[in-house]
Design a protein around this ligand. Structure first.
Ligand SMILES: *Cc1c(COP(=O)(O)O)cnc(C)c1O
Length: 357
């Protein structure tokens, strides 16, 4: 055995081997146009008047939970407020998976935090594919899930934008009743609200829906998400969650963001972003330097370029998008839907690529 030095000799093997999640913000990039983190281009100023900061906050701020329950048409007992959807993912793994024993099923390529969370809790990955999820029958999917404890369905899926039919989600949940929990990550659901699985909670005890204020609600900086599920599923999660996860400051802003007029404003912004997205998709399809455009839902478009060098060119010029590897190819790019000026920068880049062809 090789001698390990501090602190590795103190670390469990799974933590020692951990590859940290490389978020859009973890690299130090310099740029002027930021389309790499699926953030909303709309920012709002909140005026706050805060008192009682000498006191601990409400563990689950009632006004916020009530407002979100109203927004999703569920009962307030079916809503748990978390520090982003990311905390929801972590709470589910910590609550429901036995370390060193259980696995979670993922349909790859998908959101990277599921794997990072599982790795850090020494929970195995059962690596399935988006292709199986979208084209396989529910029987085939359930067979492949085997005895995985949690089945993560990112809907719409980041980074492909693909959408899984509700009938398939319910068929999977039905076949896995009392065996596994189907986790539907709806971070982008406001961009296609009719696809939500929240109504399935009426019929299923083993479905949980994850939501966030980070995308359509334009509050990535707030760190607020929600876990939606029936009371039996949420009860043990409520034991695992930190005692005061949400600061008074965050609760106050979340409450303002969930007022009727703010929700109406969010919906108007979603229509504008969806429209801008179809314009951008068309530009991309018309550009000879782009070999593939994935048509999907969400505030982003994922494309494959003919040449990776064209992506580097954009990044060097300060147009920051999210490059990534997919199917072992390094020329994929996810472009977030920004405002008109930001998308104009993308157009300028695409026009230059077209001219060089
Ligand atoms: C952005 C994103 C999240 C993270 O949401 P937070 O609420 O900011 O933690 C979760 N899931 C998916 C699929 C995302 O794209």
């Amino acid at each position: 055995m090789t001698k390990q030095t501090f602190p590795n000799n103190l670390l469990p093997d799974n933590i020692n081997a951990l590859a940290a999640y490389s978020s859009a913000k973890s690299q130090k990039l310099s740029g002027s146009t930021w389309l790499n983190a699926n953030e909303s281009p709309y920012s709002k100023t909140y005026e706050l008047s805060l008192s009682d900061l000498n006191r601990y906050p409400d563990p689950q701020p009632e006004e916020v939970v009530d407002a979100y329950a109203k927004y999703v048409q569920l009962d307030k007992q079916q809503v748990l407020m978390t520090r982003g959807a990311d905390e929801g993912i972590e709470l589910l793994v910590r609550t429901y998976c036995k370390s060193g024993e259980d696995s979670i099923a993922l349909f790859l390529p998908t959101y990277g935090m599921y794997k990072v969370t599982a790795d850090s809790h020494n929970v195995a990955i059962n690596p399935l594919t988006q292709e199986l999820l979208l084209e396989g029958s529910s029987e085939q999917i359930v067979a492949a899930v085997g005895n995985s404890k949690l089945v993560f369905i990112c809907n719409p899926n980041n980074p492909t934008g693909s959408v899984t039919e509700l009938s398939k989600i319910s068929a999977i949940a039905k076949a896995l009743e009392n065996k596994a929990i189907v986790v539907v990550d709806e971070a982008y659901i406001e961009f296609c609200p009719e696809q939500t699985a929240s109504s399935l909670l009426q019929d299923f005890e083993n479905i949980v829906v994850l939501r966030t204020l980070s995308k359509a609600f334009a509050l990535a900086g707030l760190r607020t998400g929600f876990m939606l599920a029936n009371t039996a599923l949420l009860a043990p999660v409520r034991k695992v969650i930190a005692p005061y996860p949400v600061s008074r400051v965050v609760a106050k802003i979340a409450q303002l963001a969930l007022q009727d007029d703010a929700i109406a404003q969010m919906r108007r912004q979603v229509s504008i972003l969806n429209l801008a997205k179809s314009t951008l998709s068309q530009w991309l399809k018309d550009c000879p330097a782009v070999s593939k455009v994935l048509d999907g839902q969400g505030n982003f478009v994922t494309v494959q370029l003919v040449s990776k060098a064209d992506i580097d060119k954009a990044m060097q010029s300060g147009l920051i998008m999210r490059p990534f590897n997919l199917y072992e190819q390094n020329n994929w790019l996810r472009i977030s839907i920004g405002n008109e000026q930001e998308l104009e920068q993308v157009k300028i880049w695409l026009d230059a690529l077209s001219a060089q062809q």
